[in-house]
Design a protein around this ligand. Structure first.
Ligand SMILES: Cc1cc2nc3c(=O)[nH]c(=O)nc-3n(C[C@H](O)[C@H](O)[C@H](O)COP(=O)(O)OP(=O)(O)OC[C@H]3O[C@@H](n4cnc5c(N)ncnc54)[C@H](O)[C@@H]3O)c2cc1C
Length: 558
């Protein structure tokens, strides 16, 4: 019997196994194409339980059975995380309800779009501050599974900081509630004779083993932001505390399926002002970055000259995004255009935003930093309020989306799109990176969270060029080698997915990677959940999925 037919018998949600719709699920925002065999839109957690039990049974009877479950929400992942040639489980159709607010927390189903969630929490003046530049496109479930972050990361941290509790269907096919357990509560759980007690015991045994703890401490990321690997360094010592919810955040659906999330929230500060810096060379970063960080801005972001050119080229689209007319936007950018005409387009624009409970306070901080930088002969402007900051944010937020949608004959290739290095090393690191990129004939934009040292480099590649796949592999190795030389991370927020899983062992080393394999075995011994992500894949494996159909490199899988 066909897989789709079998699934129709066990779930109440819609099952699709043919037609155009499968094409939609064959892509996310990465450079891959993987067509699923079946897409299921589960009605509820019970449907997900049925799916997990079905796949578990298939794999128990035949460990080589080619069947697995990959969760998908909005599909804006840039790493290929939600792609599979087996069963996709789409949470956006039914598992999208806002369950409620209680004090400073909100409980929600994973398929709810962040934009809708935000409207609900804002009714009480609250916010989940780890929202992404894709906040209008992505869901809260994708944010939790990727441990996503965004422009407020510097002050507020990533999504992991706000996930207080997860309800998940694990490999036993049951629904479990995971959260941080401490003291007696943890002791009781460790003594419990149940599947869940067993998971706690095995994980606690792993993280509390002195030899393993040494490996974890020696190999954990030393930069502020990381979504790569499993966060073993952040889940407690297994004796006094253990937080399995934290382990699941950023696991990209490889350890189970999230069915409910309880988020902690914050009160956003309503007023804003921004110090904008125009650098003519990357070497200026050495002096500017530490100076700005001393002022603890809420956000410290950047975009490069290529992004600036893109903004000029797609001016009408940027104006539409800002909901202002072209003339209005043109006038607002006049000072920058004058600057570009007289002194050339700046190599890098840096944006330090200060938020506060009064306009005066926010502006005071932006102006103080501006005075400091002017004394150091840095070219600076101050955007005095939220409205004045908007044009810079639009360029920063929209460049990747415009590249994806607008550029003809070439496509965006996110493969070195999310590395992190210590921000104080950027003036040394970025010129080395540039010289690597210049070895290839490629257009690319650099934008990112300069305050965390997290950069998004998006090259444009020609899908018809047969050397493209080779360039991607070669350049990834060169860039990741450089990042690791600087003790950085291969992914700050976009996660491993198909594109970076082959480099996870390189980043963490053999021993730590061995612990990741053990963790995966504890939670998913039958390989039910999203195989090939986080562990056990090589670049040669993922090559077959590169979405470069015309280049003769690889045809899409049918
Ligand atoms: C224009 C643009 C800008 C972006 N900017 C940012 C940014 O600023 N910061 C950032 O971090 N990311 C950014 N991204 C990447 C992406 O938007 C985020 O990673 C986002 O959080 C993914 O959410 P999603 O709903 O699209 O999830 P999907 O892409 O559908 O899934 C993401 C991962 O989560 C897993 N998953 C989904 N649902 C579940 C579930 N219920 N249980 C278990 N696993 C699940 C999937 O298997 C997949 O591995 C950007 C993407 C685009 C296109």
């Amino acid at each position: 019997m066909a897989l789709g037919e079998e699934l129709r018998k066990i779930v109440r949600g819609e099952v699709t196994d043919s037609g155009e719709l499968l094409e939609k699920y064959a892509r996310d925002a990465s450079l891959f194409y993987v067509k699923p065999e079946v897409v299921v839109a589960p009605k509820d957690a019970a449907d997900i339980q049925a799916l997990v039990r079905f796949v578990a049974e298939k794999r128990r009877t035949d460990p080589h059975a080619h069947v697995s479950l990959t969760a998908r929400a909005a599909g804006t992942d840039m790493s290929g995380g939600p792609l599979t040639d087996s069963i996709v489980l789409d949470t956006t159709a039914h598992l999208k309800n806002f369950i409620g607010l209680a004090g400073m927390t909100a409980t929600v189903e994973p398929g709810m779009y962040f934009r809708d969630f935000d409207k609900e929490t804002k009714k009480q003046g609250l916010e989940l501050p780890s929202y992404t530049a894709s906040r209008e496109l992505c869901t809260v479930g994708g944010m939790a599974a990727n441990n996503s972050g965004g422009e407020k990361n510097l002050k507020y941290g990533k999504t992991a900081r706000y996930v207080q509790e997860l309800e998940m269907v694990l490999s036993d096919g049951e629904v479990h509630t995971l959260k941080k357990l401490e003291g007696e509560e943890l002791e009781r759980k460790l003594a419990e004779q149940s599947y869940e007690g067993d998971l706690y015991r095995q994980t606690a045994a792993l993280v509390s083993d002195p030899a393993y703890q040494k490996i974890i401490q020696e190999h954990k990321p030393t930069v502020e932001k990381n979504s790569s690997g499993y966060a073993l360094w952040d889940i407690g010592d297994g004796k006094t505390s253990l937080n399995l919810a934290r382990l699941m955040v950023g696991a990209q659906g490889t350890l189970g399926i999230i069915t409910k999330i309880k988020f902690g929230l914050v009160h956003p500060k309503p007023y804003s002002a921004m110090t904008v810096m125009f650098l003519n060379s990357l070497s200026e970063l050495g002096e500017v970055v530490p100076e700005v960080l001393k002022y603890s801005p809420d956000s410290f972001e950047s975009y490069d000259d290529h992004t600036f050119h893109l903004a000029v080229k797609y001016f009408p689209e940027f104006a539409a995004q800002m909901k202002t007319g072209i003339i209005g936007l043109g006038l607002s950018f006049l000072p920058e255009l004058f600057m570009a005409l007289t002194g050339g387009v700046p190599k890098l624009v840096l944006m330090a935003e200060f938020r506060a409970h009064s306009q005066q306070e926010a502006l005071g901080k932006a102006e103080q930093l501006s005075r400091e930088l002017k004394a150091k002969r840095v070219n600076v402007r101050v955007a005095k309020n939220e409205a004045a900051t908007r044009k810079y944010w639009t360029v920063r937020h929209e460049s990747f989306n415009l590249l994806r949608k607008k550029v003809r004959g070439q496509r965006t290739a996110p493969f070195i799109d999310d590395f992190v290095v210590n921000p104080l090393k950027l003036s040394e690191f970025l010129p080395k990176l540039e010289s690597l990129l210049q070895q290839y004939d490629m257009t690319y934009t650099i934008a990112g969270h300069v305050g965390d040292g997290n950069f998004h480099i998006i090259p444009l590649v020609d899908p018809t060029d047969p050397t493209t796949a080779k360039i991607i592999d070669e350049l990834s190795h060169k860039v990741y080698d450089l990042v690791l030389e600087y003790h950085g991370s291969i992914s700050g927020e976009h996660n491993d997915g198909l594109i970076r899983t082959p480099y996870v062992e390189k980043m963490f080393g053999k021993e730590m990677y061995g612990l990741f394999l053990q963790i995966n075995k504890i939670f998913d011994p039958l390989d039910i959940f999203n195989p090939g992500k986080k562990i056990t894949s090589y670049f040669s494996d993922v090559l077959q999925y590169l979405d470069l159909p015309k280049g003769g490199q690889v045809a899409p899988k049918e």
